[in-house]
Design a protein. Sequence first.
Length: 638
Amino acid sequence: FPLLSLITSGALAQTPPMTPDIGKAFMATVPEADYTKRTVMIPMRDGVKLYTVIVVPKGARQAPVLLTRTPYNAFGRAQRNKSPRMLATLPHGDDTLVHAGYIRVFQDVRGKHGSEGDYVMTRPLRGPLNGTKTDHATDAWDTIDWLVKNLPESNGKVGMLGSSYEGFTVLMALADPHPALKAAVPMSPMVDGWRGDDWFHNGAFRMPSLAFINAQTTVRGRAEALATGIHDDYEGHLRAGSAAGYARQFGLDKLPYTKKLFEHPAYDSYWQHQAVDRLLGARPLKVPTMTVTGQWDQEDSYGAFAVYAALEPKDKANDLNYLVVGPWRHSGVNYDGSSLGALAFTGDTALEFRRDVMQPFLDQHLKDGAPKADTPPVLSYQTGTNRWQRLQGWPLACATGCPAAAQAVYLQDGFRLSFTAPASGAPDAAGFDEYVADPAKPVPFVPRPVRMGDPEVWRPWLVSDQRFVADRPDVLAYVSEPLAAPLQLSGAPVVNLFASTSGSDADWVVKVIDVYPDEVPSQPGLGGYQLPVAMEIFRGRYRDSLEHPAAIVPGKPERYRFALPNVNHVIRPGHRLMVQIQSSWFPLYDRNPQRFVPNIFHARPGDYMKATQRIWHTPALPSAIELPVVPAGAATAR
Ligand code: PG9
């Protein structure tokens, strides 16, 4: 029986080698998932439908809902991995929400990805800039209304959270909140695109904005990245000349949002009417709001603190307006918070916050019968000592009205810093230091080759060692003696610079730096590290008015006063305090031609000129940084 012997030898069971490998329809078996996903088009009041992904934990009943409204593709946001487990499917930062059994909703804002309607970048609220009947407040309202009426698994309570642009949409929902909106957690929110968030900082234009506009507005989905054909962004931007020159190379000058930016270089009504802190400060505060940010937020360092400050006067019982500041980069709260660049913290600080503070806060307001959370009005991670602090308010020190008064540290002859004002110097002392700022050789913001689109470069750059520029002849560095006692800074340092220029316009970049001792036994790589604690740029033409720029009189010392980003940091004994000053920060910020022109976006090659900058430190012109110093022993904890 040859057939029988074939069968018993197993030869018949073999797959012939030429069996087509793509055959009949096949679907991998999906292990049973612990969630279901629904995709719906939710109608807004004007008939436009918004693409919405709803992820419901299996067996959910009376579950609260958390909504994120995004321009970054709701489908993708709700699918970090293709997995049967909700924890792996949703974004990293949603971990505690998943454990707590929340229904999670992501929605494309109008005009992006799956949603209908027109896209308008950070769409202004109805009012002077928006004559339509819809905005992010109405779209959030209509969405929440639909969710509470159409999700049988929900308890009818909705929270909103999201970071950056998604943080902006959370804040916009607060302008006219739906009654079912019970808690809001805006993270690293974009609040004022001119003062200190995404597009400009104090009037200096942020060049990566152009690549972002390309990505966001050339198509409804996500566009192709720019084909720059050049590895070093420093070189690429330098060759292009002005920001308008760079935009023209790629045709980005045709995009409506580029035009809007280029038409509004100053802080005019276009920007003022969009400032979210102003908008919310003019309305009642109804929804418990926990604004979250990172101390080293490289995109939106201004907004979170501005919103907290605008809402604080409305929070009479200190139970609606909360602030959280972690040792994080932009949106770092949603990722691993164990380290940032060379800095290592005490553990995953972002998880600690999400698990121990955010989740109980959300539960209190969104879960039926949940206990009251022990939420401090302000939670801040103090770097240098590396510990969380529970505080009653923020800041702890400022010019007036804070628990402690700011203390000025003065620039002195000999590139020294001291807490006493300059006395009349030696007869031969010049009373100033000077450098030549050459727009043809601007100071880079990170070492070259500059790769602004590389996350490894971009995310931690605000803590990068400043030694790479400290010795440039166009960077001044003033430094203190090694500190004998800890110096606690908790608030926003304020620059009070007396400077003159041989040009008729100038940028001033000021950095407050913690200089580590020569040797750091616990982490040898940090020996001598120049850690930026707070850095900011100011465009000199706006010294008297952010709205109406004015040329600088060449040679005339003028006062430039502006705030650096908020810090909560202790400079430890043995460390030194350093202040660096320079006049460009390239190519993150466009170059100031240093000759006053009506609109720097359109500066021509011949407008750029070298200028000699003088930083004054005399009794009459005492350049200083007002530091938010918390005196030793001051009570800060709750
Ligand atoms: N910082 C980004 C952004 C927000 C708003 C406008 C433009 C850019 C973001 O991370 O979403």
